[in-house]
Structure formats: C-alpha cells, structure tokens
Design a protein around this ligand. Sequence first.
Ligand code: 6PG
Length: 250
Amino acid sequence: MTAYAHGAVRVFEDPEALARGAAEELARRAEAAVRDANRFTLALSGGHTPLALYGLLADVYGPRFPWDRIHLFWGDERDVPPDDEASNFGTLRREMLNRMSRRPASVHPIPTTGQDAAAVAWTYERELVNFFGLAPGEPPRFDVVLLGLGGDGHTASLFPGTVALTEQKRLVVANWVEELSSHRITLTLPVLNAARAVLFLVAGEAKAEILRRVLQGPHDREALPAQLVRPDDGDLFWLVDRAAASLLHL
Ligand code: 6PG
C-alpha cells in the first residue's frame, strides 16, 4: 500500500483485478460492520468502472456477503426514470440485483420518477434522515461510499464549478450541470466526508492524467471536486488499475 496526502493508493494489474480487490475490501468491511452494528450501509457509484465489481458481487463474491444485513443507497443519480439506460439504479438492478438469488435488507434508489429534480433531492434527504435517525443538520455515516472519478475531476455528481460544491448543510441536492444541460441528484460533500470509508475506483489510461492531477497535482477545489473528498473520521482508499496509475509517482 502506497500512501499519499489524499489517501492510500492501491494499484491492481488490470480492471478485473481491481474489481476483485474492491469486492474483497467490501466483503471485509461488510463483515466487520455487521459484527459491530448488525448492518452495513453502502452508497453505490454510477458510471462504468464499478460494473465489473457489481457483477462479482452478484455472482462470485455473493456468498461472502451478509445480504440480509446490507442496505444499499446511491451516491448520485441522473434525472431520468429507472428504466432509462442512463439510470444508475437501473444499471445496478440489471447488473447485480436481478442476478442475485439473495436480496439486500433494503435498497434505496434515488426516486427519480414523477417529480422534478429538486423534489427528488428533498425526498431522498428525508429518506436518509429517517433511515439513519439523523438529528437536524447531522449527516449520515455510511460504512462505505463507493466513488468514481470523471475525466474532468468530478465525483458522484459534484462537477467542477457547480453550486453543489459549496453546499454544507443539505444532504442531497439537485445539481445543475451546464455541460450536460441537466440536473444530477447527488449526495453532498458533508455526507461523503462523514463516511467511515470512501473507496474510489479508477481504471484505464484515459484516467491517468486526471488521477495524477487529483492525487499529486496542486489543490484546486473548483476544478477538481474529487480532491474535496476527505473523510473527517474515516478511511480514504484509491483502488486503481496500472493503466490509470501510469502517471503517478509511487
Ligand atoms: C455517475 C457517477 C460518476 C462516475 C464518474 C466516472 O453517475 O456517472 O456517479 O461520478 O463515477 O463519471 O464514471 P466512469 O466509471 O464511467 O468513468
């Protein structure tokens, strides 16, 4: 394990090894959380990188997980219905849930049907408050938050230069993303940074330069939102493949 100011970087040979490493890490953390608190709360990432992991959780690693004590949430969602191919929940339902014989204790998709993005964010915020029994202003403490890294330095749906980057009170917001001409519903930084552990999964040569900038370049809160993810009292791990790590000085 090579440690950097932004957390511990672990390099895997290729995307398949990365997915296996992430599954092992999640299994260890789920086992510990269930032993300590009889539940494991996991906020899932969208995008393509974690798809191999989700397939492993459905198949190979499924028996390793205490699914009846696991509660699934999402770090962000596109402003589309679940049956849209862009839906992060729809993708996970297809790539994992529909392939599993055992069901998680609870699944909490961001409810993007029948209401505008701002109302969706309020609804999900209330769901977090109710599930975690939060006091006013208290962020939920997920056992693990899975995150990806966009080529522009975004993570979840915290995009460079967007309003959500400065949100310090809300748990969930509808974030207007100009370059996408759409809203994204996203957990805010207070929630991400309250996590017991944040696992970034980053793979592929196309991410090498942005990963180098985020981990080893100057701090730039507006341009590199992923740099703002630093759990206040939790672990930060960067699980990356060799191609994505190719520009890092390890
Ligand atoms: C999303 C994700 C987003 C993603 C990055 C990386 O909804 O798309 O939350 O933050 O993790 O864009 O995506 P890839 O894994 O597809 O490169």
